[in-house]
Design a binder for this molecule. Structure first.
Ligand code: SF4
Ligand code: SF4
Length: 326
């Protein structure tokens, strides 16, 4: 494992920017952070998860599929330099691993892999969460991770690309720093995982009545915040825009909490009530995805609970569900 002072990290980032299009947590004018270009704001690596969907780096809110103009058809090209994204928390990295599977399965999603292929991903962990809280080491799911020890950034590589990038760094971590990392790695998993497993089991064994979803649905104002911040939400709609000279096909994030999400051309809507839409949001992550992918597709990043103005993010719903039907 290597070690960098904050100043050396800046030099390392400048070095990475020669080969890669760098994206990392930057400060916005309103005091929040987002993953963006270092040219667009000051870099702030401390503070835990950024509020927005971190996987937007590879699955942006809006993406052009193709344009056709006067007999010429063109598709969006990959970026000139591959992306290097820093700022994923350990939970975010699990989310990224999951959507890599999702977009790579069967009909491989060209648009996603146009940005994801060849990209370098780095986790940010250590005592740099909210008010210095520990973000336990990722231990993988990325090319390298930066672990804040309180004084230095410890750098651990995973895989060939990460090893190549980190090999150039001159300073080894001290035995004390290695020990700090190992101890943090052994941090007990949070109880949220057990809560979601229990809720998942209740859903898969049909022990949650429809009346529960009617109550939850009444509390949803369809703001879509849960979906647009969730790193594992991957639904999108396809739109064609036409002018006198050009047709452009693009895709834009969709939300299962919107009335029109599943409405069919006939007018029939399989998710025609807020109760059904709320059930789907939770059921999909906790019951349908485990059946299809062998794992719950919520990795407890905390965004939907932080975002939902009416307190029905996934952990809040799971808690209520387990308390009442467990
Ligand atoms: S906590 Fe919410 S936002 Fe985060 S992965 Fe789970 S469902 Fe998505
Ligand atoms: S954030 Fe809350 S209120 Fe908004 S759509 Fe999602 S569940 Fe509904």
């Amino acid at each position: 494992m290597k070690q960098l002072t904050p100043h050396e990290l800046e030099q390392f980032l400048s070095h990475l920017a020669v080969r890669y299009e760098l994206r990392l947590p930057i400060l916005l004018a309103d005091g929040t952070r987002t993953i963006g270009s270092p040219d667009d704001g000051s870099v702030v690596l401390h503070g835990g998860a950024v509020p927005g969907k971190p996987t937007a780096a590879f699955f942006p809110q809006q993406d052009t599929i193709f344009t056709a103009s006067q007999g010429t058809f063109s598709q969006t090209l990959p970026p000139v330099k591959p992306l290097c994204i820093l700022g994923f928390t350990p939970a975010d990295l699990h989310c990224l691993r999951f959507i890599d599977r999702f977009f790579g399965d069967g009909m491989r999603d060209d648009l996603y892999f146009r940005l994801r292929q060849g990209a370098v991903v780095a986790g940010i962990t250590g005592y740099c969460g909210v008010r210095g809280a520990l973000l336990p080491p990722a231990g993988g799911n990325c090319d390298f991770e930066l672990f804040w020890s309180g004084e230095n950034w410890l750098v651990r590589a995973y895989g060939a690309t990460g090893a190549e990038l980190v090999a150039e760094l001159p300073n080894q971590a001290t035995p004390k720093e290695e020990e700090l990392f190992t101890q943090a790695l052994a941090t007990a998993p949070d109880s949220g995982a057990i809560l979601l497993q229990t809720a998942s089991q209740l859903l898969r064994t049909n022990r949650v009545p429809d009346s529960f979803w009617e109550e939850i649905g009444e509390r949803c104002i369809a703001c879509t915040g849960c979906n647009v911040t969730c790193p594992t939400c991957t639904c999108f709609g396809v739109l064609d825009w036409r002018s006198a000279t050009k047709v452009e096909r693009s895709r834009t994030w969709d939300s299962c909490q919107l009335d029109g999400f599943m409405r069919e051309a006939s007018g029939h809507n399989p998710l025609g009530s807020a109760a059904l839409r709320s059930r789907r949001r939770i059921h999909h992550k906790l019951a349908a995805d485990p059946l299809k992918w062998g794992e719950i597709s919520c990795f407890r990043c905390g965004r939907c609970d932080a975002t939902c103005p009416t307190g029905i993010g996934i952990m809040a719903v799971a808690q209520e569900l387990v308390a009442r039907f467990g």
